[in-house]
Design a protein around this ligand. Sequence first.
Ligand code: SF4
Ligand code: SF4
Length: 392
Amino acid sequence: MRVLTLLRFTPDRSGAPEVPPPWKPFSREVPEELLTCPGEPRDREEEERVAREEPLHEFFSVHPEASEFIVEHGRGFLKPTFSKLAGAIHQIRQATRSRPRPGRATYSPEELTELLRKEAVRIGLSRIGIAPNDPKYTFPESDAEQLPNVVVCLVEQDWELTQMIPSDEAEMAAMYGYAEGMTRTAALTEFLKRLGFDAAPQGFPGDAIAIHYGVAAGLGQLGINGQMLTPEAGSRCRILMLTTDAPLVHDQPVDYGLHKICDECKACVRNCPVGAIPQTRKPYRGVMKSKLNTARCLPVVAQASGCAVCMKVCPVQRYGLDAILEHREKTGEILGVGTDELEGYDWPLDGRHYGPGQTPKVGDEVLKNQDLVFDYSRREPPPGVEPIRFVG
Ligand code: SF4
Ligand code: SF4
């Protein structure tokens, strides 16, 4: 953290790309045969039981040894983006410390929500959504204040760089996305404080399961690749959050038809280099979802420039849902599936190109790298481990 504090004084020469303009609302009608349920199918009782018996924890607090290995292998994309990330973390901290103006604005929840959405557009967030705070999905080690409403803030990362997955350049796009997301979330926090409400930006890499809130706020649905797929963006986006006591109108989960699109697609399942993505969804912690095999995925993510092949080959993330529905209506097929444009990628560990459905051979030197000390069965932070503090 001390390094980050010093780095915020370093001029940003990273050449980060411009953030694309805010998204236009998705308005296309989803065909009835694609509809399943708004958000994700869930068993509320089971969700409550698992959260009570096995609360969620922040990944790097549970696996501090793995984090050292990941940072060491991520130097190629972390070093060039460090000063920008440090500056953004500084802004998050400043927004945390500033005090709400005395005297609260007297808008109705509807008026206030409208005002907040307009400000989010002005600030340049791709889209925001509002959901109730839910302790089941917030990490107990979080140092960010937890207020009753969550504002989920999305920032689209650069499309061109994203198509270079898997590479350090593409991972830099993700880091720039986080930095822009933090800066803009800090600005939205300050806006609420100027109106007299309390607000608390959440930290980086996160104080909660952000995609839970994204789905709850109607911003997207979970893809089989484990990501939140949003309909508007032909790209990958970063999810940041703030909590607030401002009385806001909650958004609701939406059915964009993405579960059935995934069932017809499965490009991520076919192209994952280590077969870490299951074919079908299963109940996990009370939610019907695709649970990736972390033991196979994480070593590859750590050593192959963040991997993320499952995002590169995702037609929703590349083309956006509008284009997919249009193509499906005309041809009955999912746009791009089976083409090299969508499913092809260069593998950083051997420099070779792999086409649709071809996967590199990933050996034990990667999957069982002795330096990656990682106890997959661990569910809680080991004794004596200090969680990473980004906010306080
Ligand atoms: S990040 Fe790579 S290894 Fe992990 S699930 Fe995606 S494609 Fe597979
Ligand atoms: S690649 Fe296809 S199956 Fe995988 S998440 Fe994207 S749309 Fe769903």
